[in-house]
Design a protein around this ligand. Structure first.
Ligand code: DGL
Length: 257
């Protein structure tokens, strides 16, 4: 079974990479909507339209399962895609919520992400349904995506901005923090340092990869073939290939559609 993964751009490669780590022989089809990125600043209506188009593209390429790697899209479009598609839909929000609830003791959970993700209210809704005593403290961090794409992963300026974004979450005494954006795993070490070692950090790219692997194993869909992975993007700009290399740690061939 081919795994179709979509994202607003190249950030979802953090998810593709974890899936390949756990399922090295499973063919993936990736679609990054680089022509219309960012999604994190878009309205719910626009995100719904984009997410439906992205998923349709992957299905047309033969995907048997869809992974919404983009948190902004997953926060707004999961229910609609689950209702309208005939294939299983996985996404980054649900497994992260399960992991956050498993880890928290104080039931004070921090969420960092784009404005679209934090303002969607999906974490409050889903966590509230499972654990009414839990509290979600959300913090949009819009500057982090461009900093990661610029490769400022260890820059002093990035450190200062991360610290500033995390300060309100520390003041609220969270004990668990969800990295609710495709780009944040690249800043995981810095974020862990700034939030403090007593706060558990949830990396959704790992959680969704585990969920996909569990499903494939349980249903006998794990491949051992050598089918080629395909990486599609809707635009290749001057920096796209460099950013891709930063995310994947190697060069990959992009096909523009
Ligand atoms: N992929 C997006 C997300 O995880 C971040 C980049 C964007 O805003 O498009 O929310």
């Amino acid at each position: 079974m081919k795994i179709g993964i979509f994202d607003s751009g190249v950030g979802g490669l953090t998810v593709a990479k974890e899936i390949k780590n756990l399922l090295p022989n499973q063919p993936i089809i990736y679609f990054g909507d680089t022509a219309r990125t960012p999604y994190g600043t878009k309205s719910r209506e626009t995100l719904l339209t984009y997410a439906k188009e992205d998923a349709s593209f992957l299905l047309a390429q033969g995907a048997g399962l869809i992974v919404i790697a983009c948190h902004s899209a997953a926060s707004t479009a999961t229910d609609v895609l689950k209702q309208s598609l005939d294939v299983p839909v996985f996404e980054v929000v649900t497994p992260s919520i399960n992991q956050a609830l498993a880890l928290t003791r104080s039931r004070r959970i921090g969420l960092i992400g784009t404005r679209a993700t934090v303002s969607s209210g999906i974490y409050e809704q889903k966590i509230g349904a499972l654990e009414p005593q839990a509290r979600v403290i959300g913090q949009p961090c819009p500057l982090l995506v461009p900093l990661v794409e610029e490769g400022w992963l260890n820059a002093r300026e990035t450190r200062m901005i991360v610290k500033k974004y995390l300060r309100p979450l520390k003041q609220q005494k969270i004990d668990t923090l969800v990295l609710g954006c495709t780009h944040y795993p690249l800043l995981k070490k810095m974020i862990q340092e700034k939030i403090g070692k007593r706060t558990a950090v949830v990396d959704p790219s790992l959680e969704v990869a585990r969920a996909v692997k569990k499903y494939l194993l349980e249903n006998g869909f794990v491949s051992n073939g050598r089918e080629q992975d395909k990486y599609f993007v809707s635009d290749i700009g001057p920096a796209t290939e460099d950013i891709v290399r930063r995310f994947m740690g190697r060069k990959i061939e992009l096909v523009k559609v």
